[in-house]
Design a protein around this ligand. Structure first.
Ligand SMILES: *[C@@H]1O[C@H](CO)[C@@H](O)[C@H](O)[C@H]1NC(C)=O
Ligand SMILES: *[C@@H]1O[C@H](CO)[C@@H](O)[C@H](O)[C@H]1NC(C)=O
Length: 215
């Protein structure tokens, strides 16, 4: 009986690991083939004999992003969309530019832990732990500092300087996904029923409607 329980819990752990993270590749690489009609978790592989360096490269991570937007920030992603050779490899990159006092608003990556390095400027960064504690873990980063946002947790960045700031993030998925909280909650199409948002945020209908028009 005890053996069976041990075996079951071992199997449960193994299975949980298998579904919680991107699986280890079963070949050298699997360059994403956008032309394939196959539907798989990830993307189907191009014939490896057709692969060349262009499938593994991206040019332009040095290019300044355009931060002329209400948030004052711009993300340049380098995921499997930009580098098809990242398919199945469980890793990607993003450059983030910040105008003075620019913000990357609270968001989560459902599939990736993020490790961020400040290349230029000073950032205030933080993430919030799950319910029920919702503890804010935050700090100020200077050029050369590194910070980690654990997978799935709501986090944000803010340039706290009068000059531009730049950071580079590595993420533990070929396709980390982004859910920006405000856009998802107030900008969904079709809109979430107002009554849900009134009770969730404990505010008047006029405030909910005003927030919905922002997105
Ligand atoms: C690499 O392969 C693609 C087709 O998948 C082709 O368009 C491109 O020209 C090739 N690049 C080189 C450098 O051979
Ligand atoms: C930056 O984005 C703004 C707003 O979309 C646009 O008006 C402006 O032309 C862009 N600047 C450059 C250099 O592309």
């Amino acid at each position: 009986m005890a053996d069976q329980v041990l075996l079951l819990s071992l199997l449960a752990t193994t299975f949980a690991l298998a579904i919680a993270f991107e699986p280890s590749p079963l070949q050298d690489f699997c360059v994403a083939d956008p032309a394939s009609p196959a539907r798989v978790n990830g993307q189907p592989c191009l014939d490896s004999k057709l692969a060349n360096a262009s499938h593994f490269s991206f040019k332009g991570i040095h290019v300044l992003g355009n931060t002329s937007n209400p948030q004052g920030s711009k993300v340049t992603p380098v995921t499997v969309v930009q580098i098809p050779g990242l398919n199945t490899l469980g890793i990607s990159l993003a450059r983030i530019d910040y105008a003075p006092w620019g913000v990357v608003p609270p968001h989560t990556h459902p599939r990736a832990t993020e490790i961020l390095t400040v290349l230029e400027g000073s950032l205030s960064v933080g993430f919030v732990t799950s319910n029920p504690n919702n503890q804010l873990i935050s700090t100020v980063l200077q050029k050369g500092d590194v910070f980690v946002f654990p997978v799935g947790l709501v986090h944000f960045q803010r340039n706290i300087g009068n000059g531009n700031a730049v950071s580079l993030s590595a993420l533990s998925s070929q396709n980390p996904g982004v859910i920006t909280i405000a856009n998802a909650v107030f900008g969904s199409k079709p809109a979430i029923d107002t009554d849900v948002l009134i009770k969730a945020f404990q505010v008047d209908k006029s405030i909910v409607s005003s927030l919905q028009t922002q997105f």
